[in-house]
Write a protein that binds this ligand. Structure first.
Ligand SMILES: *[C@@H]1O[C@H](CO)[C@@H](O)[C@H](O)[C@H]1NC(C)=O
Length: 535
């Protein structure tokens, strides 16, 4: 009798669990939303940052439709992919791929004029034209929320207007002029340099002047030229927009939520409206795969620690000019310890014995290896955050984009060094690597900064999920938006009030001077009258 009971208990428990799971499923299901996730920008590093958000939303039971250039093979059944071509930005520009190291000397203005703006327009048009995308947009699909990447593809914001759904934006980097303008968050030109502008001392007079100049330049062209072109694409390729169609600038101002890839513990802290939420490091998870066997052995055997060199997917080491490549090889040889280098070719002449090269390297697992001493990187945000996760010091050779600013920030915090590409010589590079290897403080600081980067009430992905679902629950949460989006620039900047006060001050000064002059003349004429009387 009792043994029968004992057998029954686990079965009963399992049944109860099943019922609970079913009820849980029901509650999730009842809150499930139809979400359109628009991340067609083709650069891999952007996709790495953005991918977990779409997948996690699907895992939570939402019906996610994603417009993307990067296919996921394993995903929940309620994750639907609408594929666009993975055209590289230089292909879209109709040119040959430039030697990536030649972009080092491109100024921020030239980078916008030659790469970002024409590339952004070409890729946006190509994505919108894609038959699969057109098919989706002409179907009778309905969406409760549109999430889009905020990166030179604004035409897609028109989808939020088309589906009459709230718009959430996600950026792959931190604070920038454009997302401040979209939400009307105050610009912080004195302390926050533009993301793509190299400013050595952002708070110095010349630093602030440079930042001001570039921001005005970017704002002017973006607002009055680039957005107009994007608006044209929106009207041309998005069918069924209700008339009268508002301007893209107006549609953009309706943004409910802005998720930014930064965190105050490592980026410039700044005032943010409640609908701007920091999700820095959202793509980072503990690695659950292991290193290939041979690599594992090499790294385990590196008793003096190893140096890891990887410039990411776009900056390929094989494009290094001969004299820089020779400098790398000589330095690595002199280091006399294991060096793991991402080298995208089968051959490497004069490879020293302590150097291991691979065309591709499992970055997460290498950065997590206990023997790693330093990461030599181009300073891309993704890799920088992954190194930070593991408390690994960085030597950064910035090439383009936000890389310079990323490295400058970590050098200032004391867990890495900046090495300018043009300064690379054997002596200089050896000196910097030796300094980081021999000075304990870099690793100590890296571990400390890592700890504070992760010290948060909720991890980055859960934070993103919370606020996205919050926007869905509260129909776009219009009460979170700044009142300033309704104000003209003149009112928002308080310029009208300042001009009025200036006018009052100046006119009362003029008035006082006039009065003093009149009193003076009256007094003077009295004196002359008195003198005359005496005589
Ligand atoms: C999920 O989204 C797809 C569009 O990608 C749509 O065809 C499908 O009907 C949606 N499913 C539900 C349950 O709404």
């Amino acid at each position: 009798m009792s043994s029968v009971l004992l057998h029954a208990i686990p079965e009963l428990a399992i049944m109860l669990l099943k019922i609970c799971a079913f009820l849980f499923y029901l509650t999730i299901y009842s809150e499930a939303a139809n979400i359109l996730y628009v991340i067609p920008f083709t650069t891999k590093s952007h996709y790495i940052t953005l991918r977990p958000i779409g997948l996690e939303l699907a895992r939570r039971g939402h019906n996610v439709t994603v417009i993307t250039a990067h296919k996921e093979n394993e995903h929940p059944p309620n994750y639907h992919q609408v594929m666009v071509k993975a055209t590289k930005i230089w292909e879209a520009l109709g040119g040959k791929p430039p030697n990536v190291f030649s972009t080092v000397d491109l100024s921020a203005v030239k980078f916008h004029n030659n790469v970002i703006w024409p590339g952004g327009l070409a890729l946006t048009e190509e994505a919108l034209q894609t038959p699969a995308v057109q098919e989706l947009l002409s179907s009778d699909a309905k969406f409760d929320l549109v999430i889009s990447e905020q990166f030179f593809q604004e035409a897609f914001y028109g989808l939020a207007y088309k589906y009459n759904a709230p718009l959430a934006l996600v950026t792959t980097f931190g604070n920038c002029m454009r997302h401040n303008f979209v939400t009307r968050n105050p610009l912080q030109l004195a302390t926050v340099p533009s993301e793509l502008l190299d400013v050595q001392e952002p708070t110095s007079f010349s630093g602030r002047l440079k930042n001001f100049y570039f921001t005005v330049y970017e704002l002017f062209w973006w607002k009055f030229w680039y957005l107009e072109k994007q608006e044209h694409l929106m009207k041309k390729y998005i069918p069924g927009l209700r008339e009268p169609i508002p301007s893209l600038y107006e549609i953009q101002k309706n943004t409910s939520l802005m998720l930014v890839n930064s965190h105050f513990s490592v980026d410039s802290p700044m005032p943010y409206l409640p609908n701007i939420v920091e999700i820095g490091g959202v793509h980072i998870t503990k690695s659950n795969s292991s290193l290939p066997k041979d690599l594992q052995k090499y790294l385990d055997d590196a008793d003096d620690g190893f140096v890891y060199v990887n410039f990411g997917s776009n900056v390929r080491s094989i494009e290094l000019p001969e004299e820089k490549k020779q400098a790398f090889l000589k330095v690595f040889k002199r280091l006399k310890r294991t060096v793991v280098w991402k080298w995208e070719d089968d051959n490497l002449d004069q490879k020293p014995d302590n150097v291991i090269v691979r065309k591709w390297l499992p970055q997460k697992e290498i950065l997590a290896h206990p023997n790693i001493r330093v990461f030599v990187s181009h300073g891309g945000l993704i890799g920088t955050q992954e190194a930070l996760y593991n408390g690994v010091p960085i030597i950064g050779v910035p090439i383009y984009g936000d890389q310079y600013n990323n490295i400058l920030a970590l050098e200032e915090m004391g867990y890495g060094k900046l090495l300018q590409y043009n300064d690379i010589t054997e002596e200089r590079m050896y000196g910097i690597i030796a300094e980081v290897l021999n000075n304990e403080s870099f690793t100590k600081t890296a571990k400390e900064v890592s700890r504070r980067f992760w010290d948060r009430p909720m991890n980055a992905l859960d934070t993103a999920m919370y606020w996205i679902e919050y926007i869905i629950r509260n129909n776009g949460a219009p009460y979170m938006k700044s009142q300033a989006i309704e104000l003209s620039w003149l009112s928002f900047s308080m310029l009208d009030v300042y001009i009025f006060i200036g006018f009052l001050v100046v006119s009362s000064i003029i008035f006082t001077i006039k009065v003093i002059k009149i009193i003076n003349t009256v007094l003077c004429s009295r004196k002359t009258i008195d003198k005359k009387k005496k005589t």
